[in-house]
Design a protein around this ligand. Structure first.
Ligand code: 3BY
Ligand code: FES
Ligand code: FE
Length: 418
């Protein structure tokens, strides 16, 4: 019997031979060829979470985002609508905005000063001959849309048609947190030494959660287990979870907050999972004692004890919404073995650091958790780089990792047969 993959296997062959229930073959995580395929088939074809509206409160505010070799701009235009463009000048192609974020009146290319409005129209091109039509040289648009204050872009000409359905189903969960007008308390970028899929896979399971002592004070370690596969050591935690979750359900029913799990991770273009779930200790937030980190709650919540609303989206994001803050996580691929994880903490617009919240307390749990996860992702990448690596089996509690890989392989197949 010959081992698979042989060293000459093409991406199409590797995709065809993917063993269900096992981690992917090494080239998926290590080869530049797969990296380029991932950018083309996944990041250029799907809705990608890139920012929060809170980062762009005023007309002219912009962020630039790198997705593989693409650079795009998301800007709030003069009419306060979100717009997105390829960050490329229509004259001779120069990168226009070089900063990660800022504020502009117009978008001006620094090379020969072609000047675009925040709606992308070319307003001025110096010294062009008569007959030059600026209408032919607007910035190339990118699809952009906000879902309850979370900003998504899609580079495809025709974006996946199921996104409006997903947006409509998750909005009732998200809107009560009123993220559109929220304030950015902090944003931290971590460059992880691993393929973007390892960052996503690591997020999709709590099999490794013993490595998160700070998180596990408030987060139930039973996450992802069922009654059938729950390890005996987690029984007491599970009993407590069932009790506080029943209380949380009642609170949600009283307040009209949607609660139920919806899980459609790998049967659609925009795979997603959403659920409100209980937290341990005080049950309010991700802190050492489970109490709120910010005394001004988001939205109009009458109680801080709302557990956490967790949202997972394919291909590149996850979110935790608690009563006093929200944390968004965007996974942006840099190279086959390097990935940017951008984490953003949002609070009520009136909340003041040092008065309503202590920034260190607000950031403590997820900065520690991210650092621990970055170490695990680097460790996985280093191991997979050895010729001796072979795909290993997922445990039942890793079902969301399998769902992610299944979604990913399905999307690659769809791309290659198009
Ligand atoms: O962030 C998440 O959704 C999951 C659960 C806990 C940490 N991570 C595995
Ligand atoms: Fe932008 Fe010339 S390349 S103005
Ligand atoms: Fe983790």
């Amino acid at each position: 019997m010959t081992a698979f993959p042989d060293i000459a296997a093409t991406p199409a062959e590797l995709i065809d031979h993917r063993a269900v229930g096992r981690s992917l073959e090494a080239p998926f995580y290590t080869s530049p060829e797969f990296f380029d395929l991932d950018v083309a088939a996944i990041f250029a074809e799907h809705w990608i979470f890139v920012a929060t509206e809170a980062e762009l409160p005023e007309p002219g505010d912009y962020v630039t985002i790198t997705l593989g070799s693409y650079s795009i701009v998301v800007v709030r235009d003069d009419d306060e609508n979100l717009r997105s463009f390829h960050n490329i000048c229509r004259h001779r192609g120069a990168r226009i905005l070089e900063q990660e974020r800022g504020s502009v009146g117009n978008i001006v290319c620094g090379y020969h000063k072609w000047t675009y409005g925040t709606d992308g129209t070319l307003l001025h091109a110096p010294s062009q001959p008569q007959g030059f039509d600026p209408g032919c040289f607007g910035l190339k648009p990118v699809h952009v849309r906000s879902v309850a204050g979370l900003v998504f872009v899609c580079l495809a000409e025709r974006p996946p048609s199921d996104f409006p359905d997903v947006a409509a189903r998750i909005e009732p969960y998200l809107l009560p947190h009123q993220l559109r007008g929220a304030k950015v308390a902090a944003q931290i970028d971590v460059v992880e030494e691993g393929n973007w899929k390892l960052v996503m896979e690591n997020n999709r399971e709590c099999y490794h959660c013993d490595g998160h002592p700070e998180l596990l004070r408030s987060f139930f370690p039973t996450y992802g287990y069922t009654e059938e596969n729950l390890p005996p050591r987690l029984r007491p935690a599970h009993e407590r979870y069932l009790q506080v979750d029943a209380e949380l359900r009642q609170t949600c029913q009283r307040l009209g907050l949607p609660y139920e799990l919806i899980e459609e991770l790998d049967n659609r273009a925009t795979g997603f999972r959403i659920q409100r779930d209980a937290l341990n200790l005080a049950g309010e937030s991700f802190t050492a004692d489970g109490k709120v980190a910010c005394r001004t709650l988001l939205g109009d919540f009458p109680t801080p004890r709302l557990g956490h609303l967790a949202l997972h989206l394919q291909p590149n994001s996850w979110f935790h919404f608690v009563s006093d803050h929200a944390i968004t996580f965007a996974v942006l691929p840099l190279a086959a073995d390097r990935t940017l994880l951008r984490t953003t903490w949002l609070v009520h617009p009136d909340a003041e650091a040092g008065v309503d919240y202590d920034l260190d307390v607000l950031l403590a749990v997820w900065t520690a958790t991210n650092e621990q996860d970055a170490e695990l992702v680097g460790r996985a990448q280093r191991g997979i780089g050895s010729p001796a690596y072979e795909p290993g089996p997922y445990a039942p509690t890793e079902y969301q990792v399998e769902a992610f890989c299944n979604w990913y392989i399905t999307r690659l197949r769809a791309h290659l047969t198009r």
